[in-house]
Design a protein around this ligand. Structure first.
Ligand SMILES: Nc1ncnc2c1ncn2[C@@H]1O[C@H](COP(=O)(O)OP(=O)(O)OP(=O)(O)O)[C@@H](O)[C@H]1O
Ligand SMILES: [Mg+2]
Length: 263
């Protein structure tokens, strides 16, 4: 059982409960209110788009859910049980993986090593004294993961800084899939990508959802919104202005809410 599974098995099982439920979440920076009284549910197996103009509070929300900052007030529940996501480690232990815009990959490490950051496989040559990486085993596992996801990388030994933006994004998502994340947050994942790379990321995003992962997808790209999300929530100046099913709305209506805060 992984650390995440062990942690999750201690939470009461309420299969009907959303993976994550935010109630009355507020974040203030001195006099500035970045988020105010946000209620939001994110379910397993869905892609929830989080939209809003510049400064609306999207990244602040990502930071609260991934344990970077604490909310000023409000509560969160994970699978029906109250939680405080007080640190990034705590977020990981709940199976929440964030693919930040800068990806948090280590550019001077090889692709295979990046898939295993923080979870390196080792064995002791001399117990408690000399520990070595099981590099071949990690490479085999990395190759298998990338093959399953149809991600093509020239070599697993190449450093990440030699890859394109789309390849890096794909590896970051592959890492979330490999470690069986319960929830994945993607902050503007296609912003810097070519069209084929964007399509790959959109396909991987749907694959995450079809494996039962709860996905929070932040973007300014309306094409992405219509193609990949099941539902959307729109933030307007720190408040939730609307929440709707993508299939029941239009691009025009969504843009209207983003710009005016009104439905
Ligand atoms: N660390 C911080 N200290 C002070 N104010 C902050 C901090 N982080 C964010 N803010 C403020 O909170 C508000 C929301 O910012 P946030 O980064 O969440 O917006 P956003 O919706 O992600 O915008 P963008 O689309 O431009 O990325 C802004 O007014 C911003 O200046
Ligand atoms: Mg932002």
């Amino acid at each position: 059982m992984s650390a995440t599974e062990a942690e999750m098995s201690q939470l009461p099982r309420q299969d009907q409960a959303p993976f994550l439920k935010l109630s009355g979440i507020t974040k203030r920076w001195g006099a500035l209110t970045a988020l105010e009284d946000i209620d939001l549910e994110i379910h397993r197996g869905e892609v929830l788009g989080l939209l809003g103009d510049n400064g609306a509070g999207k990244t602040t929300m990502v930071n609260l859910i991934s344990g970077v900052f604490a909310p000023s007030s409000g509560t969160m529940e994970c699978c029906g049980a109250p939680v405080k996501i007080s640190s990034p480690d705590r977020a990981h232990s709940l199976g929440i993986e964030t693919v930040f815009q800068d990806l948090a990959l280590l550019p001077n490490l090889a692709v295979a090593d990046n898939l295993f950051i923080g979870r390196e496989r080792t064995f002791d040559i001399v117990p408690k004294l000399i520990r070595v990486l099981k590099r071949r085993e990690m490479e085999r596992d990395a190759a298998e993961t990338l093959k399953q996801l149809d991600i093509h990388i020239p070599s697993l030994r190449v450093n990440v800084n030699a890859l394109s933006g789309g390849q890096r994004q794909a590896i970051a998502i592959a890492r979330a899939i490999r470690w069986k994340a319960n929830m994945v947050i993607l902050d503007e994942p296609t912003a810097a990508l070519s069209v084929p790379e964007q399509n790959k990321v959109l396909a991987l995003t749907r694959q995450l959802a079809s494996q039962g992962v709860a996905v929070l997808y932040i973007t300014h790209n309306m094409g992405d919104v219509m193609q990949v999300t099941d539902r959307i929530a729109v933030l307007y100046r720190g408040r939730k202005a609307a929440e709707m099913r993508t299939s029941e709305t239009s691009q025009k209506d969504i843009v209207h809410v983003i710009m005016s805060g009104e439905r």
